[in-house]
Design a protein around this ligand. Structure first.
Ligand code: C5P
Length: 406
């Protein structure tokens, strides 16, 4: 279940591209995430993928016939997209894009698009020549100028065997854009939130690093959740294997010092900072230029120097500038969880600290967290998914931002 998609009414318009088969994946993922998906198709799309497939995935009737749609404007729940929260046209052919730009309405998808006032997201898929043609460029620009959100096609293998731009964007990317579009006007609209995620890697030599087990999942969930609530998000990622989410500013910073620069450079206009990254406390005093050889000795002594504590730097910067910002930190501890977390909350002048017992915290899908607010209550949460915990943390931030500072 994804909060911003839950119970939302999404009309999925499918048009006649070979990528139409991917609409099944979109319909399925959106439905599983909690949305009510009504599919409208062109006749050409119905030759690539059957309405029955989409009906079976969405458990709702599929509309393919514009005449039926116009003759009876109340077909099931679909009244030409009225009442829809969003219209997603995916895949959108060059032909359909041209029709939408002109305001034609001679098939079920273009008629729905003309009638609805819901936000429009278009994911084009076509041969490179068609995508690059001046007519398509103009039509896409026209739609974007009217407020449509265009998920640019990817570059890669095309059905013709050629390679170029025109592949339907990855489904996860399309869903990211749908989430961000639905989230506009959420309780964090107009706010900027900076999130750090993942681990850091401190080089010993050209091939070795000192790293940690952080997966980045918590920080990414926080960034996605903030985006879905309307925030402008900057995600600063250390080491992670996760896909780069859409709908936010994304930066990588693998070493603690790089992360410090990225954070200090991003927070100048931020309303909140969430430091979910597992930042290395120490780094090798020097990164050797050549690979360290094992030689004949049985031990190797590595000298480490302390990394800057980013949250302490942020505290100093806030004291200097009086910049009002909510700051959330994390404390992964093997012992004395609450006492250690409380000490960090004070020392780093945080508004909230999320205390996690190790080893549950790294890479797992459920979080056992205690949320400790400065000058406020301590809440021991039940086991939550990272998305659920992210919602709790963002809920705290949204509430604090709504309360005027005394
Ligand atoms: O002091 P400790 O590293 O346990 O504190 C954890 C919190 O401090 C996390 O929010 C982490 O992102 C942040 N941190 C930091 N700079 C460091 C180390 C940790 O900002 N060098």
């Amino acid at each position: 279940m994804i909060r911003v998609l839950k119970d939302k009414h999404i009309v999925l318009g499918v048009t006649g591209s070979i990528a139409a088969f991917k609409a099944a994946g979109l319909a399925s993922q959106l439905t599983q995430a909690g949305a009510n998906v009504d599919v409208v198709m062109t006749r050409e799309a119905a030759q690539f993928i059957t309405p029955l497939t989409l009906e079976s995935l969405t458990h709702r009737p599929v509309v393919t016939d514009v005449m039926a749609l116009l003759a009876n404007s109340e077909i099931g729940h679909v009244a030409l997209g009225r009442g829809a929260d969003l219209l997603l046209v995916a895949p959108a052919t060059a032909h359909t894009i041209a029709k939408l730009a002109l305001g034609l309405a001679d098939d079920a998808v273009s008629a729905t698009a003309l009638d609805t006032r819901a936000p429009l997201v278009i994911a084009p898929a076509m041969e490179t020549g068609m995508w690059e043609h001046a007519a398509t460029r103009e039509n896409v620009q026209k739609l974007a100028a009217r407020g449509a959100v265009v998920v640019e096609p990817d570059v890669g293998h095309l059905a013709s065997g050629a390679s170029g731009q025109g592949r339907l964007a990855e489904l996860d990317d399309i869903i990211d854009v749908v989430r961000a579009t639905l989230g506009r006007g959420g309780d964090l609209a107009g706010r900027k939130i900076v999130v750090t995620a993942g681990g850091t890697q401190e080089p010993m030599d050209p091939v070795r690093v000192i790293a940690n087990h952080s997966s980045g999942k918590m920080g990414f969930a926080l960034a996605e959740c903030a985006r879905d609530r309307g925030a402008r998000v900057t995600l600063i990622a250390g080491t992670t294997a996760l896909r780069t989410p859409r709908g936010m500013e994304f930066m990588t910073a693998k070493q603690a010092c790089e992360m410090q620069d990225a954070v200090l450079g991003s927070i100048t206009d931020a309303d909140a900072l969430i430091m979910a990254a597992a930042v290395a406390d120490f780094r090798p005093a020097r990164a050797e230029e050549q690979k360290i050889k094992k030689g004949d000795t049985d031990t190797l002594t590595l000298q480490l120097v302390k990394n800057p504590d980013i949250l302490r730097q942020v505290k100093a910067w806030r004291e200097q500038t009086h910049h009002a910002m909510i700051v959330v930190g994390f404390a992964a501890e093997t012992q004395d969880l609450v006492a250690n977390a409380q000490a960090k909350l004070q020392a780093k002048q945080l508004d909230l600290i999320v205390a996690n017992p190790v080893p549950q915290s790294f890479g797992s899908d459920k979080e056992q967290a205690i949320l400790i607010e400065r000058g406020g209550p301590m809440r021991e949460m039940p086991p939550l998914t990272k998305e659920e915990l992210a919602e709790e943390i963002l809920g705290f931030i949204a509430k604090r931002l709504q309360t005027p500072l005394l």
